[in-house]
Write a protein that binds this ligand. Structure first.
Ligand SMILES: [Zn+2]
Length: 274
């Protein structure tokens, strides 16, 4: 029998370097503050992580009341589509939910298995099947690459009680790492859908909203996205954000889609469908 092809090779090259730098900076601050505060600060970090864990759990419970799980009974088409993404990317145990909302959003969370992927219902109305595969694959990429639990750990370090300058630096480093994670997750999304042009229209539709149903609406949103990196305000905004500018994400996707590494990986993850 043919084995299942499992990989995290699509991870964006700088992701781990930035994570290492962020962790080192966090640990350095931890050691210094521990010395100054007679070892209270490490306790604080643990407390912070525990709080994050409890917040995640209560968030999960609140979600269970408002959302419905994606199963072959509740949403046959979507369940099948999600299954294909899971088969391609092999993220480990995942449970998917749909929450009713006009907003175009999806996210993943969870420190324990199964990890939870939440899709907002507006996505289901706006995106076609391949665009949904990209969105779901993006979230599964976060799961596969460990971003969900790493975020709690790194977030805990960034919350070390220290001077405001040090906290600002740690927060900026955390955001920098978050942006690298987005590039990695976009690559997973592309591998889940296998169609670079659909990965890009999915991102453009996030800006276009319902207007993205028409070609003119898509083109207008694309022009808006394309102008984002033309101003220094745009660049400043990006440095303070957990997500890169969309135009950078689109350009990174194009670059990756044209690479031999992508072609090879796509062929391999596609075999998981057979
Ligand atoms: Zn993401």
């Amino acid at each position: 029998m043919r084995g299942v092809f499992d990989t995290d090779e699509y991870r964006y090259p700088q992701e781990q370097v930035v994570l290492a730098l962020t962790l080192l900076a966090g640990l350095a601050v931890l050691v210094v503050t521990a010395a100054v505060t007679f070892c209270i600060s490490p306790v604080f970090v643990l407390l912070f992580i525990l709080l994050a864990y409890l917040a995640t759990r209560s968030h999960h419970q609140a979600l269970m009341r408002a959302a419905y799980p994606v199963t072959p009974q509740s949403a046959p088409g979507l369940a099948q589509l999600a299954e294909q993404c899971v088969a391609r990317l092999q993220p480990g145990p995942v449970q998917m939910y749909v929450v009713r909302s006009e907003r175009l959003n999806a996210y993943t969370f969870g420190l324990e298995n199964p990890k939870v992927v939440v899709l907002y219902s507006a996505l289901l109305e706006l995106m076609d099947a391949d665009e949904l595969r990209f969105i779901i694959g993006h979230e599964l990429g976060h799961v596969r690459l460990g971003h969900t639990w790493l975020n709690s750990l790194v977030g805990g370090l960034a919350g070390i009680p220290s001077s405001s300058v040090v906290n600002a630096i740690l927060t900026m480093a955390l955001l920098w790492w978050n942006r690298m994670c987005e590039f990695s997750a976009d690559r997973a999304g592309l591998l889940a859908c296998g169609r670079p042009e659909k990965a890009i229209t999915a991102l453009v539709k996030l800006v276009a909203g319902p207007a993205g149903r028409t070609r003119a609406g898509l083109e207008m949103a694309y022009r808006q996205i394309d102008a984002e990196d033309d101003t220094w305000m745009g660049s400043l905004g990006e440095a303070l954000s957990s997500h890169p500018m969309l135009i950078r994400r689109i350009n990174e996707l194009r670059r990756y889609a044209a690479s031999p590494q992508y072609q090879r990986l796509q062929a391999l993850v596609d075999q998981n469908l057979a």
